[in-house]
Design a protein around this ligand. Structure first.
Ligand code: MG
Length: 164
């Protein structure tokens, strides 16, 4: 049996914050403003994993009203979501992601970000190189992403049930 899950996240961008994507820092004059480290890509990936396994969303598991998660590395959230999927008897088949960002060009970082996600998943499952794909889009000058005020990410995952 297969399950899909869809995740979305966005954050305001501001000067003086690090831009984190898929657990790695991308050189940028602005970064995500957030209660945690603000890694939109990992937050969307967590929600995709929770969605596929019927386990709610990242806000339920790690509420931003809880001081324990202030400045928290999103890697911890991802480990929780991966572990929840494994405990439920699933294995991750593939991850397909899109990052929406206007001014910082991700062309030279997309493959590194995908590799970093594979490395974070590796303690759970060994994914093939082509099983994690990261795409980048601008918003063509429209909306808050297009004005350079925000960043967003969409992620879809496929999980396969491997044990009851
Ligand atoms: Mg978020």
């Amino acid at each position: 049996m297969f399950r899909t899950g869809l995740g979305f996240d966005n954050h305001r961008l501001m000067a003086g914050r690090r831009l984190l994507l898929g657990g790695m820092e991308v050189p940028s004059p602005v970064g995500e403003d957030a209660h945690s480290d603000g890694d939109v890509l990992l937050h969307a990936l967590c929600d995709a994993l929770y969605g596929a396994t019927g386990k709610g969303d990242i806000g339920e598991h790690f509420p931003d009203s809880d001081p324990r998660w202030k400045g928290q590395a999103s890697r911890l959230f991802l480990e929780h979501a991966l572990n929840a999927a494994r405990e439920a008897g699933y294995r991750l088949v593939n991850v397909d992601a899109t990052v929406f960002l206007e001014k910082v060009k991700l062309l030279e970082y997309k493959k590194k970000i995908a590799e970093n996600i594979r490395a974070m998943v590796r303690p759970f499952w060994d994914l093939a190189e082509d099983a994690v794909n990261v795409k980048a889009k601008t918003a063509e000058g429209c909306d808050s992403v297009g004005r350079g005020e925000a960043i967003a990410a969409q992620v879809i995952v496929l999980l396969e049930k491997v044990r009851e």
